[in-house]
Design a protein. Structure first.
Length: 529
């Protein structure tokens, strides 16, 4: 399952590090692949505050001549050592294989990240290294081993058995290092067919179907629960062909939507948004490789992190009470918020025990996106979304109608107060703002402030209750709670005028509308930038 499919064209990275023979008799150097490289190893690492050795326009020629081991940071030396010991000749390290001060080269190579990691032989994950100056190999192992001499009477062989508590090993196995908090690393982890991860207490192996460790060297198939929450062996499934995903789904004992490409996308997107990124505008390039895999599965059209064929669902992303405002455009994309915050990527992520479907209300007239380079999955500089649907000015609503969950509720929310689970009371429109500048105001004061700013609601979609089903195993208590949250099935965007013309708007948040308030709205056309 981890091998490239015969129908897939494999393109090597533009440049690789030739590590030479396994005995280290030749100095490594930077080499143009020129179609001659068919197998390579990748390194996933954190740059940190100490800039790693980099290839620039000035150093390109010297790096192509030689990369002496003594000039390389310790982590890079370790990666070359591992590559040699595993009998591979070529290694890809981003800071050395991409010309860092060439915008054209950086943009081109970033657009090829999908193939660089997807078709590598395996990835070395330096999960616990804060930067390239640290060694991937732990200097000491803080485990209490019991050692016992052993002797085989039959053939006279002898040795020593060392053992430690499996509980200690399992705890160490679950520990996550600094690398897992970085946004760029997610797609490296997901796309790579195989990953070797060095942890302080043991070595781990992940591929698209199995995980092994020193604590469990025989390996085991990954459970569905682990697939949902782990980012490596779990979500690597997205790189499988669609027919393989379908086969895996058919083999499951319980019905699950996890093997659906869009379910994988929203699961990864929620994980991705919570991770840190150094350059805020890099959010879309940093997940572009995963997006390309999703397009292969679905054929959907991609616009600034959203999919045209699932736009009504994707537009209704929500944040958890962040105070910072958008860092880029377009405002209707989750990418405008940057990374390092908690985002619900869509109302329907398709992983729940219930099956819900959204019935589109607004009509998508047009979508226009301007990219910062040649890659439609990369940097976006602007975008316009034209919608036609039922609209209503907030100023025409009774002030008591508008409800805003408190900032504390949104920041520390559980299922009861998140937009998807919140109970919508009769005669109310509940609003979740992307940013919360009114943290000192109560709900009524904030509503009054918003009403004076020309805020508009536009209905986007509603839960189609005629296509709803619930597992028979759901308890009566959960069925009752589920029924409570079904009221207020209409979802809307909250828009603020972007200028005096009252034609172009910026997204301000999302809302859920009590059922009896959703009728009688005037149809209008709005442009969201």
């Amino acid at each position: 399952m981890c091998r490239p499919q015969s129908s897939e064209p494999i393109s090597a990275p533009t440049r690789v590090i030739n590590v030479g023979p396994s005995d280290g008799s030749r100095t490594p150097f930077l080499q143009d692949s020129s179609g001659e490289v068919h197998e390579w190893v990748t390194l996933s690492h954190r740059w940190g505050t100490v800039q790693p050795l980099r290839t620039t326009l000035k150093t390109l020629a010297s790096h192509q001549a030689a990369l002496p081991m003594e000039t390389l940071p310790r982590l890079f030396q370790d990666a070359i050592f591992i590559t040699r010991k595993m009998k591979y000749q070529y290694l890809w390290i981003d800071s050395l294989c991409i010309i860092q001060d060439s915008t054209a080269d950086w943009s081109y190579e970033i657009s090829r990240m999908e193939s660089i990691f997807k078709y590598c032989s395996f990835m070395i994950s330096a999960e616990f290294c804060h930067d390239s100056t640290e060694s991937i190999f732990p200097s000491s192992v803080d485990l209490n081993y019991l050692q016992q001499a052993c002797h085989v009477t039959k053939d006279g062989n002898g040795g020593t058995i060392a053992a430690c508590s499996s509980d200690v090993r399992s705890t160490a196995n679950r520990a996550c290092g600094v690398l897992r908090s970085r946004a760029w690393v997610l797609q490296e982890d997901v796309l790579s067919p195989r990953t070797l991860t060095w942890k302080p207490h043991q070595l781990l192996w992940d591929c698209r179907r199995i995980t092994r460790s020193e604590a469990e060297p025989s390996g085991r198939l990954i459970s569905l629960a682990e697939k949902i929450w782990r980012s490596s062996a779990a979500l690597k499934l997205v790189s499988l062909p669609q027919e393989m995903l379908h086969t895996l789904k058919q083999q499951q004992k319980y019905h699950t939507n996890f093997y659906e490409p869009m379910a994988l996308w929203y699961t990864m997107l929620e994980n991705f948004c919570s991770r840190q990124i150094t350059v805020k505008a890099d959010s879309l390039p940093a997940i572009s490789g995963i997006a390309k895999e999703i397009r292969k599965h679905t054929g959907y059209n991609y616009y600034a992190g959203l999919w045209a064929q699932d736009l009504h669902n994707g537009l209704l992303w929500s944040t958890h009470g962040v105070e910072s405002c958008r860092i880029t455009r377009p405002s209707w994309s989750w990418a405008a918020m940057g990374n390092g915050i908690r985002i619900n990527p869509a109302p329907l992520v398709l992983l729940d025990v219930r099956f819900e479907f959204l019935r589109p209300i607004a009509n998508v007239v047009s979508v226009e996106v301007t990219n910062g380079g040649h890659d439609e999955f990369g940097l976006v500089t602007s975008g316009k979304l034209q919608l036609q649907g039922p609209c209503k000015n907030m100023s025409s609503c009774k002030q008591a109608t508008i409800k805003l969950p408190s900032r504390e509720q949104m920041m520390f929310s559980n299922d009861d107060v998140s937009p998807k689970r919140h109970k919508i009371y009769q005669g109310t429109i509940c609003c979740w703002l992307d940013c919360c500048p009114w943290k000192e105001l109560d709900s009524s004061s904030a509503a009054a402030e918003l009403s004076n700013r020309g805020i508009v609601f536009i209905q986007i979609a509603a839960v189609d209750q005629t296509r709803n089903d619930v597992f028979n195993s759901m308890t009566a208590y959960h069925q009752e709670r589920f029924e409570e949250t079904r009221a207020g099935k209409t979802w809307a965007l909250i828009l603020e005028p972007a200028g005096d013309n009252m034609i172009e708007y910026r997204r301000l948040g999302i809302a859920r509308i009590s059922d009896e308030l959703a009728d009688g709205w005037d149809t209008q056309t709005v442009i969201i930038i």
